[in-house]
Write a protein that binds this ligand. Structure first.
Ligand SMILES: C[S@@+](CC[C@H](N)C(=O)[O-])C[C@H]1O[C@@H](n2cnc3c(N)ncnc32)[C@H](O)[C@@H]1O
Length: 270
């Protein structure tokens, strides 16, 4: 994949670690893992599973969009497409916190849905009935409706109907093109080094429904001054140029800017 994997002794923070599926795999390879999850139930399960496997993992119940993440870490991972549910403000706060928690050159590993969302098969209306399950322990009906807003934003609304109540849940999800994700991460001092269809390293295709990237914390980042520039017709226009000069300790960022992401015709959509 062309990506240096973590080795024994490296430090990883697994954001939204859930029951610790990835945390355990890394810990088994000698990586020092901190796992953070909002769900006390998931963390309890993760602690139990780590104990059974005789692995030492620092699990914490916490909100990665609010809490201090600790560190410094060699890598931070936010795996399984959860990044897209974050509204802009907590997302931006999280990216700043991730950057602060990483050592210079440390890696942020994240996956997202890729636009356009209408490629996904689950658009529309689904009705399901169960005697118990994910939403409720007893009998209920779930009416699931997906609404799409442009190519990159959707909300799935779940109406959970019981004998005498209806409760509605809405899950928003934003998709990011490679260009959009790279620009966003760059604004937060993280330079995309690798991009694949997923974090297993599947090569990207025009129709890839997901995008997984590794971005490096920039050692220095400097916003350039807005530049007086191009002529458009007879008007002189001011270009707001996001000119970032950066170096990553031990890693050139040239790959991020000229590698497999750029030149992908799929990006013409953005
Ligand atoms: C889709 S699951 C992925 C779990 C794990 N990364 C995996 O791939 O197996 C998302 C996890 O993120 C957790 N989560 C969601 N928002 C969170 C937040 N703000 N802070 C911490 N954990 C959060 C959820 O509780 C859930 O366990």
């Amino acid at each position: 994949m062309g990506f240096d994997p973590l080795v024994g002794g490296d430090r990883l923070v697994d954001l939204g670690c859930g029951p610790g599926l990835y945390a355990q795999r890394f810990a088994a390879r000698g990586v020092s893992v901190t796992g953070i999850d909002l769900s006390a139930g998931s963390i309890a399960h993760a602690v139990e599973a780590a104990g059974a496997a005789e692995l030492e993992i620092d699990y914490r119940v916490g909100d990665y969009a609010v809490d201090t993440l600790g560190g410094p870490y060699d890598a931070a991972a936010l795996i399984y497409l959860d990044f897209g549910v974050l509204p802009d403000a907590p997302r931006d706060r999280l990216l700043d916190a991730v950057r602060s928690a990483l050592r210079p050159g440390g890696a942020f590993v994240v996956d997202v849905h890729a636009p356009p969302r209408w490629r996904l098969p689950e658009a529309g209306l689904h009705v399901g009935q169960a005697d118990g399950g994910f939403w409720r322990p007893g009998p209920h009906v779930v009416v699931e409706t997906t609404y799409r807003f442009g190519d990159d934003l959707d909300v799935v609304q779940y109406a959970v109907i019981e004998a005498d109540t209806v409760t509605t849940y809405r899950v928003w999800d934003r998709a990011y093109s490679a260009i959009a994700l790279r620009a966003l991460l760059r604004r937060h001092g993280l330079a995309v080094e690798h991009a694949w269809e997923d974090l297993a390293g599947t090569p990207r295709r025009r129709s890839s429904p997901t995008l997984g990237v590794v971005a490096r914390r920039l050692a220095r980042s400097r916003l350039g001054r807005p530049r007086e520039g191009a002529d458009v017709g007879s008007r002189r226009v001011r270009l707001e140029v996001d000119e970032v000069t950066d170096t990553v300790d031990g890693h050139g960022t040239g790959a991020a800017d000229s590698g497999e992401v750029r030149g992908d015709p799929a990006e013409g959509r953005q």
